[in-house]
Design a protein around this ligand. Structure first.
Ligand SMILES: Nc1nc2c(c(=O)[nH]1)N[C@H]1C(S)=C(S)[C@@H](COP(=O)(O)O)O[C@H]1N2
Ligand SMILES: [Mo]
Length: 240
């Protein structure tokens, strides 16, 4: 009886550590995932606000229902009462930066990102989507530049791709990623860097609903449809 319990515990521990080890990378989609096609459309739409982006537009609202879905695992709960939630939250709370354009690949955890105090940026961001909807969102995050600096940029670095767990992708040139003076067409005093946000409109993203990171970028010029660029649930940043 005892032996069996021991074997069971060991198996459980093995399984848990395995899932922790692989959690951050397991679901990271390849750069060639389906999102690419939609992305191309979205990017074009930035220049031509009239363009249609049916698939992504319709999919978007479901992406982020700001509801509480925090019902923690009833079936397995008895074993470790306290630990469960935090280890679960950590599972997807990271993203990977990689590619030929960086000196080293790094896995960033949410805690590490939050600890980058010098790179912290918080503000209301104006958004315009392809339907012409204008809206402000409050974000807290870090400048993309700081994340790139940590990985170390190689001389060849030219493009920065932000890839989400659902395959959605947006690509910036290095210049666009480092630019610190994006605008808000309604407020001439504002200047924005590109950020990776972990907090939107009063709450941190819930890691149980996906990687808690979002790319946020202001407008290049008045009329710039910037919201499609706000990649949710960033899994990977590829620098080439
Ligand atoms: N991962 C991911 N991020 C995404 C999308 C998506 O389909 N997947 N859609 C984009 C588009 S087209 C828009 S307009 C906004 C919608 O953001 P919202 O859900 O906060 O309104 O998210 C953008 N970020
Ligand atoms: Mo969109």
């Amino acid at each position: 009886m005892k032996d069996r319990n021991n074997v069971f515990s060991i198996l459980l521990i093995l399984l848990l550590s395995l899932s922790l080890l692989t959690a951050c990378q397991a679901k990271i989609p390849p750069a060639s995932a389906a999102g690419l096609a939609e992305t191309a459309d979205e990017t074009k739409a930035n220049e031509q606000p009239g363009e249609v982006q049916k698939e992504t537009e319709e999919a978007a609202p479901q992406e982020q229902p700001p509801e509480d879905v925090l019902k923690a695992t009833p079936a397995e709960a008895p074993a470790e009462p306290q630990k469960k939630e935090s280890s679960k939250s950590d599972d997807k709370a990271c993203f990977q930066i990689e590619g030929t354009g960086v000196e080293k690949s790094i896995l960033f955890s949410l805690d590490e990102i939050k600890a980058m105090k010098d790179a912290y940026f918080e503000d209301d961001f104006f958004s315009l989507n392809s339907y012409g909807t204008k809206e402000y969102f409050h974000f807290k995050g870090v400048k993309v530049k700081a994340v790139l600096d940590k990985a170390g940029l190689n001389k060849n670095a030219k493009t920065i791709s932000f890839i989400a767990f659902d395959g959605y992708k947006q690509e910036l040139t290095l210049e666009q990623a480092l630019k610190e003076d994006y605008i808000d067409e309604q407020d001439p005093d504002k200047k924005y860097p590109v950020i990776i946000a972990w907090h939107e409109n009063g709450s941190d993203y819930d890691p149980q609903k996906g990687a808690p990171f979002r790319l946020v970028i202001g407008q290049k010029e008045p009329g710039d449809v910037n919201k499609p660029q706000w990649v949710q649930n960033i899994a990977k940043i590829v620098v080439d």
